[in-house]
Structure formats: C-alpha cells, structure tokens
Design a protein around this ligand. Structure first.
Ligand code: NAD
Length: 349
C-alpha cells in the first residue's frame, strides 16, 4: 500500500492511501485531536474524483471536531472516505486493506459505519485493527444510535420551546417532522408521549402509516416547509435551510436530527434575522455520537442517557450567548466549542 501525507492548513493529518492489490483508494482526515483521539465514520461513495473525496473528508472531519466538543466528549474529529461504489467495489480484501490503514494511525483515529458502509463491513475492518466502533451484536433495538439521537433531539426541542415560549412543555406544540426514518420515527413517538401534535412527511409514504395511530397529520414532502407549526424538525436531508426555503418558513423554531441542515453558514444569520430560533444541528443531534461511548463499552447506558439529556442545558447556554451577544445561534455554538478546544489546548504540555 502506498500512502501520501497531504499538507492541509488547519488539519493535523491527512493521508491519501492507495492499494492496487485490493483496489483501495482512501483518504483519512484528522482535523483536531486536542480533546482526544479523532472519531468519525467511514464513508464509501463513487466520488467523481479524488478532489471531491478530499473535500468531503475535510468538511466532515472538521464537523466531527465541533460535534464531539459540543457534546462534552473527549474526542477529536476525523473522517475516512473510501473512493468507490459500495455495490460494486467493496470486498473483504479492500476492507481489510482499509483496516490496516486505520491500524497504521496507531489509535489517533477511531471509525465506524457511515454512508456506504455497514456494521458488518466494520467487523471485517476490525479483523485488522482494534480502532473500530461497532455496536455489539447483542445490542437491543432500543439501544441503536437512533434512540439516543432522537432522545437528544427531544431535549433540544424542549430547550428551544422554553427559549421561545417560556415553558418547556410540549403539550399542544405543533411539530412538523421531515423524514420518518430511523430517527424520525422514534422522535415522533417520543414527542407524542410528551403531548406534541405531529405533522409528518416522507418521500416514502409507507413510512407514515405506522404513525397514524398517534393522530399525526401526513402532508406531501414539498408542503412541510410551509406548515404553520411552532417547530420544524428536519430529520432527512442536509442543505434544506437555503435561500429558497427560509423565506417561506412559518415556524418559530428549527430543531431536528439531520446533519448539515444549513446550505451555508450564512443561512444561520438569515434565520436569526427572521426571528426563527435555529438549534445548531451538530449540537442537537450529538446523541448518535454519544452512543458510540456505549458501543465501545466505555460508558454504561445510564451515563450515555444522561449525556444525551444534557443537550437541553447546552442549547440553553448557546441561546443565552446568542441573546446577550447579539449573534446567531450557530455563531454562539461555534464560539462555545472553540473556547472548549482552546482550554483543552492550554492544558496540554
Ligand atoms: P434514514 O435514512 O433512516 O431516514 C431518512 C428518511 O428521510 C427516510 O425515510 C427517507 O425516505 C426520508 N427522506 C429523504 N428525503 C426526503 C425528503 N426530501 N422529504 C421527506 N423525507 C425524505 O436516516 P436516519 O438515520 O433517520 O437519519 C436522519 C438524519 O439524521 C440524517 O441526516 C442523518 O445524517 C442524521 N443523523 C442520524 C443519526 C442516527 O443516529 N441515525 C445521528 C445523527 C444524525
């Protein structure tokens, strides 16, 4: 296997690897390990070219640094991308070669499944390296990462409702959920238990029928942005908070699980100027990452639940900063995280 270190300003280590025997072409980006080893999933996609793959690895590894720091975890941020079609190019040989690459980082990078890879793939990677994050096969359904993600989002919605309406009760609060997948379905059930009224949508209509018993109202996917509801909860795609959508939103709060909700950072300012409270995605959806601690056997269930529940307090602090400093909630979250990393840095020898 040949590896090449790429010198990218602002990143601790970026490695491009190529193994002709197995067909592996991969990039591992380590953004920052001030607070601990870098964690990040391994993505396998048929990128158009190496530069596109590099851009993805850089963007996602930086986001992981912020997410881990915001969750109060002693982890840094990293990401691996394997360039190739997971349907056609994935093989045991390739995954094992990738495992040797992860092993060669000596524990500075811990990885798990992501888009295009599965926990089964990670078990193959694990034959070559211990630096993997894999849910134990015995892990019950309710303990999959989507459970803690949904729990964190519920607490985040409560903190946001408190900020806007003065009470964190969700009784009678209308919440429009985009995407009834692994997280969205659990979230809907938890919100219903708190007394919220649900409006739901999904590209796959079949996913909605199971929630009709909760009295949810189903709408078409394009209608969800204009729903008259207190909360809009994006739980499907990234990039949906953009110039086309923001002017038409009728909600007072955007708080959901999807990653990279803002098309660009400036859209956080646009939402703020419109008086819409935005719960920064990397703060509110950190339950999935927190659940990795349980999956790695580092924390018990009660501890990870407590950590996910803290998303409530974290968002309250972010809203305090945003209000007192007159900055968007994203700017406030970034400031809080950067301060934590700076403090971590100052305690290093
Ligand atoms: P999923 O694939 O199980 O569910 C996504 C759902 O969204 C699917 O049912 C899909 O049909 C639907 N969808 C896609 N495009 C849509 C559209 N335009 N309109 C309406 N519905 C649409 O994924 P998930 O695991 O539930 O994750 C949802 C989001 O949360 C993703 O952005 C993911 O990155 C993020 N996230 C998930 C976790 C986790 O633990 N699973 C953790 C953190 C963040």
């Amino acid at each position: 296997m040949s590896t090449k270190k790429l010198n990218i300003p602002g990143y601790e280590e970026v490695i491009y690897a190529r193994d002709d025997d197995s067909g592996l072409r991969a990039i591992i980006a380590i953004h920052d390990t001030t607070l601990g080893p870098a964690v990040g999933g391994t993505r396998m996609l048929p990128y158009g070219d190496d530069l596109e793959a590099l851009a993805d690895a850089l963007r996602l590894s930086r986001a992981m640094t912020y997410k881990a720091a915001a969750a109060g975890l002693d982890f840094g941020g990293g990401k691996a991308v394997i360039i190739g079609d997971p349907e056609k190019n994935k093989s045991e040989k390739l995954l094992r070669a990738f495992g040797r690459l992860v092993e060669s980082m000596g524990g500075r990078f811990l990885t798990g499944e992501d888009v295009g890879t599965s926990s089964e793939d990670m078990r193959i990677v694990n034959k070559e390296t211990e630096y993997t994050i894999i849910p134990p096969k015995s892990m019950e359904e309710e303990w999959q990462s989507s459970f803690l993600t949904a729990l964190g989002v519920v607490r985040g919605i409560q903190a946001s409702v408190k900020e806007v309406y003065g009470s964190d009760s969700l009784a009678g609060i209308r919440i429009a959920i985009q995407g009834i997948g692994k997280v969205g379905e659990r979230l809907a059930r938890m919100l219903h238990a708190e007394g919220a009224r649900l409006i739901i949508t999904d590209l796959d209509q079949g996913r909605l029928s199971g929630l009709m018993e909760l009295g949810a109202t189903a709408v078409m996917p394009h209608e969800i942005y204009r729903i008259d509801a207190e909360v809009f909860s994006p739980c499907a795609l990234g990039g949906i908070l953009n110039d086309e959508v923001i002017p038409f939103l009728r909600c007072r709060i955007v708080a959901g699980a999807a990653n990279n909700q803002l098309a660009e950072d400036r859209h956080a300012v646009q939402l703020w100027k419109r008086g819409i409270l935005y719960a920064p995605d990397y703060v509110i959806n950190a339950g999935g990452l927190i659940s990795a601690l349980y999956e790695m056997g580092r924390c018990d269930r009660e501890t990870v639940i407590r950590m996910a529940e803290k998303i409530y307090d974290r968002l309250r602090s972010i809203y305090d900063i945003s209000r007192s400093e007159g900055i968007s909630t994203l700017a406030a979250a970034d400031r809080m995280v950067e301060e934590r990393i700076r403090q971590g840095r100052s305690t290093l020898p």
